[in-house]
Design a protein around this ligand. Structure first.
Ligand SMILES: Nc1ncnc2c1ncn2[C@@H]1O[C@H](COP(=O)(O)OP(=O)(O)OP(=O)(O)O)[C@@H](O)[C@H]1O
Ligand SMILES: [Mg+2]
Length: 435
């Protein structure tokens, strides 16, 4: 159920709006204190904000600014008794979805909210589309496992090179589970500083540490009944790993600074492009946590290992970006296809998707040809009269030498720059006689 946050200094207004929404299958929370908004946004999985214009404390405009800077995708609707043109214009300028004058026609507001809800569902389905395009047998096998385990509570780990679709697979598991109506919380372990990760996950009591001025809900609590997706789990510190293991085993946790044990019901999915077994060997990842998480291990093959997927994906992206950019591109030239088949796609599907998006933007014909491709692919295209394999080798050689140069000859660093693993780099260097 989607949660709407209502902000109005008039408590009666909050109360009646939230009752109306609740009667129409929405969850609603409200506050008359605009200073509470930030915390409410942090502690709840909010789908829509409805805010009054004129209030003590933060004004409606300040609320819009704050919401849009922290949660750019979160829609805000403004309501006000003072519907001057200026108010409306400034609300829209700062990104408000719409403006309703008081007294509010609830049926009209509800129609818009329902539309937002449908749009959101479509978006999560289309954009990070519940659709995996593939004709590769390994992928088919993996999708069968996904179908079988999605409805269970079994933890899942998804591995694969960068851009292979790990997050997409995690999204599908959540959306196919019985938890799909419940929160789906994503945590990128690489982007949250170690010191903040624990309070982010566990929440804290007032005074648990110096900055803990107020009680705060953690992600474990917010995700109740739903799914938590730990992205880049290989980056989690050993210390936090130990705490996470306990949570997964005991299905309970304590807020920082509290002795109160809370039961929880959450499904865990984790992803990484690191080799966790190797990290276990190096003592950087706990073996017991690895076994706990890898009850189901989904390994997504790189695009290089399933070149038969390139063409179906190309067609899929042509279709999607035609819609997005209002184009009517029909196909891709044979010459472009051969460039694509020769390319090694270190950034996998994401790279192909970006390449297609840019090409489609620059294509004014009905067919994508090499001249529409971004620079790095054109390099190959310019020589396309000659033997494509030798051209490809030439370009790869340049790219590798460039990376080695940037990395001062350090191969591990160069592999990082190229976004490939070290072994792949060694093999390529050997093949190109660069050693
Ligand atoms: N088989 C597929 N069919 C259609 N789209 C795909 C497929 N695989 C990946 N994508 C798209 O490619 C992009 C990259 O996928 P995603 O973000 O899931 O990769 P990732 O493995 O999580 O990458 P990273 O390791 O960089 O986090 C997304 O836009 C996703 O929707
Ligand atoms: Mg990802």
């Amino acid at each position: 159920m989607e949660t709407i946050l209502i902000i109005d200094d008039e408590a009666a207004m909050c109360d009646s709006l939230s009752k109306l929404f609740k009667a129409h299958n929405y969850n609603a929370i409200f506050t008359s204190d605009s200073f509470q908004v930030e915390k409410l946004l942090q502690d709840n999985n909010i789908f829509l904000v409805i805010t009054d214009y004129k209030m003590p404390g933060y004004s409606g405009i300040n609320i819009i600014k704050m919401v849009k800077s922290k949660y750019p995708e979160l829609p805000v609707i403004m309501i006000s008794g003072f519907g001057s043109v200026e108010t409306i214009v400034s609300a829209m300028k700062y990104g408000a979805q719409n403006f309703y004058e008081k007294p509010i026609k609830f049926s009209k507001l509800l129609t818009e909210v329902n539309q937002l809800k449908t749009a959101k569902e479509k978006n999560t389905n289309n954009l990070n589309n519940s659709e995996i395009v593939s004709v590769n047998p390994k992928m088919a096998e993996m999708m069968q496992i996904v179908d079988r385990i999605a409805s269970t509570d079994i933890p899942v780990i998804v591995t694969g090179e960068s851009g292979t679709g790990k997050e997409l697979v995690a999204n599908i598991i959540h959306s196919q589970s019985s938890r799909s109506e419940k929160p789906y919380i994503k945590i990128n372990c690489a982007s949250i500083p170690e010191t903040l990760l624990e309070s982010e996950l566990f929440g804290h009591e007032k005074g648990a540490f110096t900055d803990a001025k107020e009680i705060r809900k953690g992600k474990f609590e917010i995700a109740e009944g739903g799914t938590i997706f730990f992205d880049e789990i290989g980056e989690m510190s050993i210390n936090t790993q130990a705490k996470l293991l306990r949570v997964i085993q005991e299905k309970e946790f304590e807020k920082l600074g509290s002795n109160n044990i809370q039961k929880m019901d959450v499904r865990f999915i984790a992803a990484t492009n690191k080799d966790l077994r190797q990290l276990v060997g190096e003592g950087k990842f706990r073996e017991d946590l690895y076994y706990r998480l890898s009850v189901v291990h989904l390994e997504i093959p790189s695009l290089n290992e399933r070149k038969e997927d390139i063409l179906p994906l190309v067609n899929y992206f042509i279709n999607a970006f035609n819609k997005k950019y209002d184009k009517s591109i029909k196909s891709i030239s044979n010459e472009t296809i051969s460039i694509f088949l020769e390319h090694s796609w270190p950034g996998n599907i994401r790279e192909l998707k970006n390449c297609m998006e840019r090409s489609i933007i620059f294509c004014d014909d009905s067919e994508i040809s090499p001249k529409n491709l971004p620079m790095q692919y054109k390099k190959t295209a310019d020589f396309s009269g000659s033997n494509i394999k030798s051209v490809y080798d030439k370009v790869t050689r340049e790219v590798i030498l460039d990376a080695l140069n940037k990395a001062n000859g350090n191969k591990t660093k160069a592999a990082d720059i190229l976004n490939i693993n070290r072994r792949t780099l060694y093999n390529k260097m050997k093949h190109l006689e660069l050693e």
